[in-house]
Design a protein around this ligand. Structure first.
Ligand code: C2E
Ligand code: CA
Ligand code: CA
Length: 549
């Protein structure tokens, strides 16, 4: 288009030049003809003393100078024609040159415009339109072959606290964080994966047809791991909270719109999941609106004792005695029944209800702990804390206040923290942990092996215990890898002088294996599921747990 306009402008200019040349030639011809007439008249007048047709004719016939002069109009005519054709020739060559140059420039410009409109200015990643296009192509490529369609996966990654970061740090610093996020995502991905930025704080990844379904979950785990390391901007350490929603083609949708919409549904569910990622399931569609109404009900439940604290025993592998209990929250909803803490704890976290929730758990757990000690049952009670708790500078005073009013000693309590909750803001978390440790509370690293393990930090923490994540323990008999991890964790814990607890112990065989590895404490369905305080007390008095031996 641009090219056509420029070409027509060129043609107009050439036409103008040519007509100028013709005009000059015609003027020259006119002057030459006038000169011939005047010169002939002069010669005639000089020769005959008068002007007559015969005298003029004679002058023309005999005067050689007039003959030469007679040629002038023709010379001007020929010159005009010659100029015209020369202008046309040069202009033609010029147009060809300029057109070529212009075409190259226009092509570059068009490419540049296309790139800018399909790539994010900041991260240089493809934008939504290009991502959709690539997904469509990938879908077409997998179904165009005769073989059954191969699996593709789409992951949506949302930076949950981006708005807070933006408000706190401003545009430049939050832009820098987005850039770092993009770099980390590219670090996790393989060359053939397509990464895009489809919204201000949402990234997407298309895992190629070669990938198997399990890789998407693995990828999500790696994303959580890499995003768990604080970002550095302007000398500050910034923690981000990301969630990942996963869908697979063709199971969850046959076109890009359906797939991305369902990845969004999975993302909403992932926000409530402790692990921070979720793969789409059709039942999620029903859950999403329901869960929205739960937020206000949860607030009521916290305020009006609508929650319950369940307990699960922890058994010493050496002596087969109960050495502790873990307090696990339950919400028995009047309509929806028991809702998992995996769902409502993150919901409370996002809606600034964590302080109230933690306070409720501490009061209840410390009160029950005091009762057991009064009854001569010296159990240690483990209470779970979140990253948000560890970032709350008032937590140490709150905990010590609740302990005093319940009449318990700090060393009866173990506070369970995760690697992730410490690493999301290590300096603040360490400060709170150290103060509580100085008061006499003990700490345990929960879900060990699943988070961002930094031995350097582990050494800095005043720990009493490591809890091996149940994912490894449950598969210890079937997976050599998991067995190696469990063994190595037990050794690591002992080398650091810590007690090692294995959670998720579901069978006698796993118990024997753990005993063989030298593990200290076991917790799991093999002994008891988490139960209400009444059921737990009954279980203790029935001494069912003695089957552990
Ligand atoms: P967690 O701290 O890792 O708790 C252990 C989870 O494993 C519990 O799930 C428990 O019921 C389950 N479990 C125990 N033994 C077995 C077993 O043998 N097999 C299997 N398959 N599972 C077993 P639960 O109670 O659903 O809690 C889930 C998570 O919710 C907890 O994981 C913890 O992170 C969080 N949570 C629970 N209560 C609280 C709380 O009071 N405060 C906070 N901040 N988080 C809590
Ligand atoms: Ca725990
Ligand atoms: Ca755990």
């Amino acid at each position: 288009m641009v090219l056509a306009i420029v070409q027509s402008l060129f043609a107009d200019n050439v036409r103008l030049l040519k007509s100028e040349a013709s005009k000059t030639a015609y003027q020259g011809m006119g002057i030459a003809v006038a000169t011939v007439i005047i010169a002939t008249s002069l010669v005639c007048f000089v020769d005959t003393g008068t002007l007559s047709i015969e005298g003029l004719w004679r002058a023309q016939k005999h005067n050689i100078a007039l003959w030469i002069l007679n040629c002038m109009p023709f010379v001007f005519g020929v010159w005009g024609q010659y100029s015209n054709s020369m202008i046309a020739h040069h202009a033609g060559a010029m147009i060809i040159d300029q057109t070529h140059e212009l075409r190259t420039k226009t092509d570059d410009l068009e490419k540049q415009t296309a790139y800018v409109s399909t790539h994010d200015r900041l991260t240089d990643l493809p934008t939504r339109a290009l991502f959709y296009d690539r997904v469509e192509r990938a879908i077409n490529a997998t179904i165009s072959t005769d073989k059954p369609p191969r699996s593709l996966s789409i992951l949506l990654i949302e930076i949950e606290n981006y708005k807070d970061i933006y408000e706190a740090l401003g545009r430049n610093s939050s832009d820098l964080i987005l850039k770092q996020i993009s770099t980390r995502l590219q670090g996790v991905s393989l060359e053939r994966d397509d990464i895009a930025k489809i919204d201000s704080s949402v990234f997407s990844v298309l895992l190629s047809a070669q990938s198997d379904v399990g890789r998407a979950e693995e990828f999500a785990k790696q994303i959580q791991k890499t995003m768990g390391v604080p970002f550095k901007v302007d000398g500050l350490q910034v923690a981000i909270h990301s969630d990942v929603g996963i869908v697979h083609f063709p199971e969850h949708g046959k076109d890009v719109d359906t797939l991305v919409q369902r990845a969004g549904v999975a993302l909403r569910i992932a926000q409530k999941a402790i692990k921070g990622y979720a793969t789409y399931e059709p039942s999620f569609d029903k859950q999403t609106p329901l869960r929205l109404t739960l937020i206000s009900e949860l607030k009521h439940a916290i305020e009006r004792d609508g929650l319950e604290l369940f307990y699960q025993p922890q058994v010493s592998i050496r002596t087969a005695e109960i050495c502790g209990v873990e307090a696990l929250l339950r919400w028995n909803h009047p309509v929806h029944g028991f809702i998992s803490p995996d769902e409502f704890v993150p919901m409370a976290e996002r809606n600034r209800m964590i302080r109230a929730l933690t306070q409720w758990v501490l009061r209840r757990a410390f009160r029950d702990c005091a009762n057991w000690h009064k009854q001569g049952l010296p159990f240690k009670v483990s209470v779970n804390l979140l990253a948000k708790d560890l970032h709350d500078p008032e937590l140490p005073d709150l905990i010590s206040g609740v302990a005093v009013s319940a009449g318990i000693k700090p060393d009866w309590i173990i506070l369970e923290i995760t690697e992730g909750s410490v690493m999301s803001d290590p300096d603040r978390a360490l400060e709170v942990i150290k103060r509580l440790f100085e008061m006499g509370f003990q700490f345990s690293i929960d879900d060990f092996g699943t988070g961002y393990s930094s031995l350097a930090y582990l050494k800095k923490l005043p720990l009493a215990e490591i809890k091996i994540d149940k994912a490894f323990v449950m598969d210890v008999l079937n997976s050599e890898n998991d067995a190696a991890i469990v063994k190595a964790t037990i050794n690591l814990g002992h080398n650091l002088g810590l007690l090692v607890t294995a959670e998720g112990v579901e069978s006698k065989e796993v118990m024997s294996k753990l005993r063989e590895y030298g593990c200290d404490v076991a917790q799991g369905y093999f002994f008891s599921k988490p139960v209400s305080v009444q059921d737990f007390n009954q279980w203790v008095s029935d001494a069912h747990w003695k089957i552990a031996g």
